[in-house]
Design a protein around this ligand. Structure first.
Ligand code: DSN
Length: 441
């Protein structure tokens, strides 16, 4: 049972904050596309004694003694991830998706090298070349975008930019893009200009692992991900390679008979630790192993398909209600609503929906005229609500409830509307309880 009895006695203030968060997660609707609810087993592993252990290095090659049990957990995490994604190499130590991306960039680039990634304001990620992030500050970053009319990445423009920029690395991946990436086409462009291709699949990783979206491995040199979004594991990152290869910078290693070029797996392991990190979070790695074990079960495929079906149903309902969805719809777990025709900003919509018990995030839309603190859109995702067991009928109902709030945004009775919707959302959430959260309330 998760009663946190000792914490309650020792530190009532922290306990109260956790209790509040449990109530929030239990009684309100989580639609942030990058969030999910891990299983009780994942949380038990993450809350275990493995948090006490230093284990710099890798299984069988640690800088500290006493690693025989954490080695078991890390080997399980690595083996299960390899099985899930069908890859030859995996590193489960990155503390986050950003760390995973940093390790890849540092392992194959020199400062100032040209890179390409999707523009942050078109759905990309900070680590794909944003000027406020290391990726845009240390490297010569160029951003491709989506077409103004279709909201879809124009591969001809990507190729044109690649021919001009001659990047050393192309990054394919997004935080707010509801279409798939044509990784075969990206790889053709990368090969044409002599670039490496990295897919950051942090968002759709769970859908890919379950086989309801195409596996990225065959087309990419590197695949990075977080483990806590659609993959439904603990908060963290991971790096994978479908096939190992000699590192392109030509870094060598001494052998008994001379020297040889290091394999990319060797370079990557060294880049993660000691390159950018020290001791791995072994409790989180144990949680990753548990989550990957869950994702290998047939039920996870059913879950992943439902995430997509729910997103499709929600998008169809929004379109029917006159909403504009960037790119016209969704092929994954999320959608980006452009609210400009609804005369409400993303910021206002986020706040009103919060008052109505619905959590979303404001989000820039492509070619947005508002700042990132205001924005013209909201991002809506189905991974967390699907974990509660909600299906297509609830997805349609939720789109209707969101519309009730947004349609009343400029009306004098908006506070009453939010109150009524909040009561309906609470009832809906309580009829789809979160397994394992009860005892704290
Ligand atoms: N912050 C994540 C998201 O919400 O998509 C990306 O890292």
């Amino acid at each position: 049972m998760m009663k946190h009895d000792i914490l309650k006695m020792q530190d009532p203030e922290v306990f109260a904050s956790i209790t509040g968060e449990v109530r929030r997660q239990t009684e309100t609707l989580e639609l942030i596309a990058s969030e999910n609810f891990t299983s009780r087993a994942v949380m038990e592993a993450c809350g275990s004694v493995m948090t006490n252990k230093y284990a710099e290095g890798y299984p069988g090659k640690r800088y500290y003694g006493g690693c025989e049990y954490v080695d078991i957990a890390e080997n399980l995490a690595r083996d299960r991830a390899k099985q899930l994604f069908g890859c030859e190499y995996v590193n489960v130590q990155p503390h986050s998706g950003s760390s995973a991306n940093m390790a890849v960039l540092f392992s194959v680039l020199k400062p100032g090298d040209p890179i390409m990634g999707l523009d942050l304001s078109h759905g990309g990620h900070l680590t794909h070349g944003s000027s406020v992030n290391f990726s845009g500050q240390l490297f010569d970053a160029h951003s491709y975008g989506v077409d103004r009319e279709t909201g879809i990445i124009d591969m001809n423009k990507v190729e044109e930019m690649a021919m001009q920029v001659r990047p050393k690395l192309i990054i394919a991946g997004a935080s707010a893009y509801s279409q798939g990436f044509d990784l075969k086409a990206f790889r053709q462009i990368a090969d044409k200009v002599g670039a490496l291709l990295m897919a950051d699949v942090a968002h759709p990783a769970g859908l890919m692992a379950a086989g309801v979206m195409p596996n990225p491995m065959e087309h990419c040199h590197f695949v990075t991900t977080t483990t806590h979004k659609t993959l439904r594991g603990p908060r963290g990152g991971m790096i994978m390679m479908g096939k190992d290869f000699e590192n392109p910078l030509g870094i060598t290693i001494k052998t008994k008979t001379g020297s040889r070029v290091k394999m990319m797996s060797e370079v990557m392991d060294a880049e993660v630790m000691p390159g950018i990190q020290g001791g791995p979070l072994m409790h989180i790695i144990a949680g990753k192993a548990v989550a990957f074990g869950e994702a290998l079960q047939p039920e996870f495929k059913v879950y992943a398909q439902q995430v997509k079906d729910n997103a499709a149903a929600m998008a169809a309902r929004f379109l029917g209600l006159g909403y504009h969805i960037v790119s016209g719809g969704t092929k994954n777990h999320l959608m980006l609503l452009d609210l400009r025709n609804k005369e409400v900003t993303g910021k206002v919509a986020e706040n009103l929906l919060h008052d109505a018990g619905i959590t979303v995030n404001k989000n820039m839309v492509p070619f947005d005229d508002k700042s990132p603190f205001v924005t013209s859109g909201i991002r809506v995702g189905t991974p967390a609500m699907t974990t509660r067991g909600m299906k297509v009928a609830e997805s349609e109902q939720i789109a209707g409830l969101i519309d009730r709030v947004i349609s009343a945004a400029n009306q004098p009775d908006i506070a009453d509307v939010c109150k009524q919707v909040k009561a309906e959302i609470r009832e809906l959430c309580l009829s789809f309880p979160l397994d394992g959260y009860g005892p704290l309330i």
